[in-house]
Design a protein around this ligand. Structure first.
Ligand code: ZN
Length: 263
């Protein structure tokens, strides 16, 4: 165990983009961004970079460089800049079909949205190991079977903390939005005191002067997002991508394998 922690620490020290703080291997936070809005590149990325944090962007493979619900999506160049700075690019389907969770798709349609989206992102030059369910829903069995073929991790919107692990297709998360800062701080306190892996879900992050699209969309202003990052920094919790966990933990087996007590 000591050797693995040392290995992880060294790998962080080797890379200037990574924080050099000591690592508590059983207490980590991941910041994830659904839909890959350009506002993440413009507003979240600089704040993250300043602090040595790197995130996970779940891109809709068929919408790269386009628009989703009227909001601009990052183009290839912007995604590559994040990727080259240690961010992870995961898949959030090919076309973001809201009805994907219905269970009424054919296997070909599931394959097109789930597996081909990964291939498309790989063609763009990204190594993809993670997936984010549309709306966080994961009830359709054929959808899960398709996810299982191609990904190590898949993130849901079920609230909670995860055990640190190398594979989990039902990762719990907490949604961050402007009005959810205190809730998320509470979850950060919880992971700090009990250990585990807290995954935070974000959407668009926009300047304070830009109106938010509405509470259900889970967007936030830059000041609120910066407060979230400051809080994580104050608590001295390591921020990691999913890929970092796989590479960093090696053969590491979490003490709480098989589930995490969220009570
Ligand atoms: Zn989405």
């Amino acid at each position: 165990m000591k050797l693995l922690v040392k290995k992880l620490r060294e790998s962080y020290i080797d890379s200037p983009a990574r924080t050099q703080r000591s690592i508590q291997i059983e207490t980590v936070i991941s910041l994830t961004f659904d839909d890959a809005y350009e506002s993440i590149y413009l507003n979240a990325y600089p704040s993250m970079k300043e602090r040595g944090f790197r995130g996970v962007v779940f891109a809709v493979a068929g919408l790269v460089g386009g628009y989703f619900e009227g909001h601009k999506i990052m183009n290839e160049k912007q995604l590559h800049e994040l990727y080259n700075n240690g961010w992870e690019i995961g898949s959030h389907t090919f076309s973001h079909p809201w009805s994907l969770t219905s269970g009424k798709y054919t296997m070909e349609q599931y394959a097109a949205e789930i597996t081909l989206s990964k291939h498309k992102l790989e063609k763009l030059g990204f190594d993809v190991i993670s997936f984010s369910y549309i709306h966080g829903f994961h009830s359709a069995k054929p959808m899960i079977e398709e996810v299982e073929k191609s990904y190590n991790y898949a993130r849901t919107s079920d609230q909670g903390i995860n055990a640190v692990c190398q594979s989990n297709l039902f990762l719990k998360s907490v949604v961050f939005a402007n009005d959810k800062l205190n809730d998320v701080k509470h979850w950060i306190d919880k992971v700090k005191s009990k250990g585990g892996w807290l995954v935070i879900t974000c959407h668009g992050i926009v300047p304070d002067s830009t109106p938010l699209p509405g509470p259900i969309y889970g967007w936030s202003h830059k000041t609120a997002f910066d407060r979230l990052l400051n809080y994580i920094e104050e608590k001295e919790i390591q921020v990691t991508t999913f890929r970092d966990l796989i590479e960093g933990i090696g053969d590491y087996k979490p003490a709480r394998a098989g589930g995490f007590n969220n009570s």
